[in-house]
Design a protein around this ligand. Structure first.
Ligand code: SAM
Length: 229
């Protein structure tokens, strides 16, 4: 349908550290915290943050693929994403990027940075093949778990049970979890958000919907923060 922006699967499309800092309000997070980027995909957050001395591990099923295969996947999704951005341009706030071409250039620069680091990062254990809702980490292996542009965004593809199990798994491996955005692919608040929050609160966890200094999907300027009470 014209004006829609729908992608059937979670595509490899990567953002950079400055964007993650805004999504997750990371400026106030002290250094030396162990951070998990779950559904890290081809984001350059891990390489950029690691170079600054932060302890970051990214987990994603994508990391079972070779560098060439990931590169090919990125190229395959490029046209569908570019077409979606053009036809549904009115659903986005363009202040930060200006044009779809500039946005694409920002994303490709981040993904190039990721690809250049990928093989070294795999060898160093900074990229780990893993898929929600079952992560191969001990309880509280991290101080903070981040999830960008996967949970809630793909609400049509992943049901409430998957969301509940995945969020609880992130809470198991880190005492603090931050998820962005809270909108689905249609630009609506995810239908899974209220039941996930109810469930977490029922388990005695504190949840906060925090406004952040980033908005690309219109109304997509909120993240969910979860911590023990
Ligand atoms: C749109 S990308 C987001 C990448 C990155 N977090 C960012 O914001 O730039 C979505 C990612 O979700 C990953 N993904 C798909 N299924 C997953 C699962 N079950 N567990 C974790 N990640 C998954 C995909 O492989 C893809 O890399």
């Amino acid at each position: 349908m014209a004006g829609d922006f729908k992608l059937d699967t979670a595509v490899p499309w990567g953002r950079n550290r400055a964007e993650y800092t805004a999504f997750f309000d990371l400026a106030g997070v002290p250094p030396h915290r162990r951070i998990l980027d779950c559904a890290g995909g081809p984001s350059s957050f891990t390489v950029e943050a690691s170079r600054l001395g932060h302890l970051v591990v990214a987990a994603d099923p994508l990391y079972g693929l070779s560098k060439d295969d990931i590169k090919a996947r990125i190229e395959e999704s490029r046209e569908a994403i570019a077409a979606g951005l053009r036809s549904a341009g009115h659903r986005f706030v363009w202040d930060a990027y200006g044009t779809p071409e500039n946005l694409e250039a920002t994303r490709f620069s981040a993904m190039k940075h990721f690809l250049e680091d990928y093989e070294e990062g795999l060898a160093e254990g900074r990229y780990l093949e893993a898929a929600l809702p079952d992560l191969p980490f001990e309880d509280e292996a991290f101080d903070l778990a981040l999830s960008s542009h996967f949970l809630f965004l793909y609400s049509a593809q992943f049901d409430l049970d998957f969301h509940l199990a995945s969020v609880l798994e992130l809470c198991r491996v880190a005492p603090e979890v931050r998820i962005f955005p809270l909108l689905d692919m249609e630009g609506e608040r995810s239908r899974h958000l209220p039941p996930v929050i109810d469930h977490l609160q029922g388990r005695g966890l504190a949840t906060e919907i925090r406004k952040v200094d980033y908005e690309f999907q219109k109304g997509g300027n909120e993240m969910l923060l979860i911590r023990p009470v």
